[in-house]
Design a protein around this ligand. Structure first.
Ligand code: ADP
Ligand code: ADP
Length: 230
């Protein structure tokens, strides 16, 4: 089976006096190993909601999400998420923020440290192990978010607007570093799903792009990216 299969997924929220609002309307999609897939659409079109359903953070109102053919129920260490606002613990150092990813897994402290340092090194954060998030630039903070996600060796990496809090140059550097790691097979993951409203990020990073329309969120088209040869 594909790594992820989303079938007939709908999501509604109870919006108080105005009743139910439908955020996702009948989403069908698949994610295959070796792919980077983008969800591209305007703010509010339901992209994050779909990402959260794939992450097991929410249970869709209708439909199913399967991972390797099995129904997703709750979060799993096979799936890691990188958030727009980094979601770091401000009172923990870089090293401690990355080690957090391993804490729930019963790994011995020395081994946790070894794996965290290896993820820190991979993502270009060496030398910043004992810094606190507030001492870092946005780009470095997002690298901490990435290291914390990658340290658990997930099969799937979900990224929700990973560059949108960063300036253009920082985004470009991080995007290129991620693409280099991916194309050289140095990231220990099988597929990436990225939510973005930025066409350039989607085209330069993704093999497939699913275009989201709003009200309610649904897939209005799909682009297979073919980059010009350098
Ligand atoms: P996007 O990621 O495309 O910006 P979202 O998935 O974050 O879109 O949100 C889609 C719509 O669903 C928005 O109108 C948002 O306000 C609404 N929404 C998201 N989560 C909730 C929630 N927990 N309760 C009510 N409405 C929500
Ligand atoms: P993003 O910008 O990544 O799409 P949002 O800012 O839309 O994220 O949502 C952040 C959090 O707030 C999510 O947990 C989402 O479920 C919740 N949320 C978003 N919109 C609403 C809403 N209208 N009512 C209640 N919760 C919401």
């Amino acid at each position: 089976p594909p790594l992820v299969s989303v079938q007939d997924v709908c999501q509604s929220y109870d919006n108080g006096t105005s009743g139910q609002i439908t955020v996702l309307d009948n989403i069908n999609m698949e994610l295959r190993r070796g792919e980077i897939v983008g969800l591209l659409g305007r703010s509010g079109s339901g992209k994050s909601t779909l990402l959260r359903a794939i992450a097991g953070l929410i249970q869709p109102t209708k439909g199913t999400v399967t991972f390797e053919g099995k129904l997703i129920s709750g979060t799993s260490s096979d799936v890691a998420v990188v958030f727009q606002n980094f979601a770091l613990f401000p009172w923990l150092t870089v090293l401690e923020n990355v080690e957090i990813g391993l804490e729930a897994r019963g790994i011995k402290p020395a081994e946790r440290r070894r794996q965290a340092l290896s993820a820190i090194d991979l993502i270009g954060l060496d030398g910043y192990e004992s810094a606190y998030p507030k001492e870092l630039s946005g780009g470095m903070r997002q690298r901490v978010g990435l290291a914390r996600a990658l340290v658990v060796h997930p099969k799937l990496l979900l990224m929700d607007e990973p560059f949108s809090a960063l300036d253009v140059l920082t985004s470009e550097t991080l995007r290129n570093d991620l693409l280099d790691l991916w194309s050289e097979g140095r990231m220990p993951i099988e597929a990436i799903l990225m939510v973005t409203h930025n066409i350039e990020d989607a085209v330069l990073m993704c093999d497939h792009i699913l275009i989201f329309g709003s009200n309610p969120g649904h897939i209005i088209g799909e682009i297979h990216v073919d980059l010009p040869q350098p």
